[in-house]
Write a protein that binds this ligand. Structure first.
Ligand code: PLP
Length: 281
């Protein structure tokens, strides 16, 4: 089965899908998006993703053309057409096509694009050995809770991390941890999970919410508070969380081992709890 795309009402093979060069997503990054993981044909926490999509769109005044039930029907249709059991659904909503002008067009007709691509599990060595990360300054804007298409600072930081031999850049603003370029970050200290509280400086991750709920239900203490850069280097364990990486141990930070330099026991437990959660849904 081919990878499938949906563009403004039509499903078609991904390579046949196009949008206008005057789309404001292309011209300005004027839009929002979501990435949803599908496990065994079931989207993980679809409602949470759809409500975040709606909040992101509302925050930048893009009218949302569908109710959750309508989104769900479209996603089900795409999943059926692609016939993938394990896949990721990408949804992008832009302010639509208009002659290039910074001002919003008077009538907004959002462009809706979705793609359905097969998705494999992460390579085992990443999970078993953990990955390297580097800290970099967070150069993004002040509304990072909006899942906007404008990802340039994230891309630059991810590229810089890659060139330093690391998988992810962990971003620091004014001496405090915000998040990764495409992940939330959790520290383990003395058996407790520690992660920055939600604010306009970071994305309210769907995985983050699931992990914090799981930890609490298993009796693991969770602290959501400002995290100083220095606390990262003193952490017993460190892990990244996100839709496509699930729970990924960080075992080297800025070239130094994190804790014992191997995935720690709490990180492993959180990964197991998460895998059990997504495979029982
Ligand atoms: N933070 C950023 C900047 C992201 O781009 C992402 C996901 O792509 C996340 C956090 C994790 O969010 P979620 O768990 O909803 O995928």
């Amino acid at each position: 089965m081919p990878n499938i795309a949906y563009v403004n009402g039509e499903f078609l093979p991904l390579e046949k899908a196009t949008v206008s060069i005057e789309d404001r997503g292309f011209q300005f990054g004027d839009g929002v998006y979501e990435v949803i993981r599908v496990y065994g044909r079931t989207p993980f926490r679809l409602n949470a993703h759809l409500s975040r999509l709606s909040q992101s769109a509302q925050a930048i005044s893009i009218p949302v053309p569908f109710e959750p039930k309508e989104w769900e029907a479209l996603i089900r249709e795409g999943l059926q057409q692609s016939a993938y059991s394990e896949c990721k659904v990408y949804i992008q909503m832009t302010r639509g096509v208009a002659p290039r002008d910074h001002l919003f067009p008077e009538a907004s007709h959002p462009t809706i694009v979705m793609t359905f691509r097969e998705m494999a599990d992460l390579p085992l060595h990443m999970v078993e050995q953990g990955v390297a990360a580097v800290t970099l300054p967070d150069l993004r804007w002040a509304r990072c809770s909006i899942k906007s298409l404008n990802l340039l600072p994230n891309l630059l930081a991810k590229q810089e991390a890659n060139q330093a031999g690391a998988f992810e850049a962990i971003l620091i603003k004014d001496g405090f941890l915000t998040e990764g370029t495409s992940s939330n970050v959790v520290l383990v200290k003395n058996g407790a999970l520690l992660t920055p509280a939600l604010s306009n400086q970071l994305l309210a991750g769907v995985t983050r919410q699931a992990i914090l709920e799981l930890a609490k239900s298993k009796g693991i203490v969770v602290e959501e508070r400002p995290v100083r850069e220095k606390e990262l280097t003193q952490a017993d364990e460190l892990f990244l969380i996100g839709t496509t990486i699930e729970v990924l141990p960080v075992t080297r930070l800025n070239g130094h081992p994190v804790g014992l330099g191997v995935p720690g026991p709490i990180t492993k437990r959180m990964r197991e709890y998460f895998r059990a959660l997504v495979h029982t849904k």
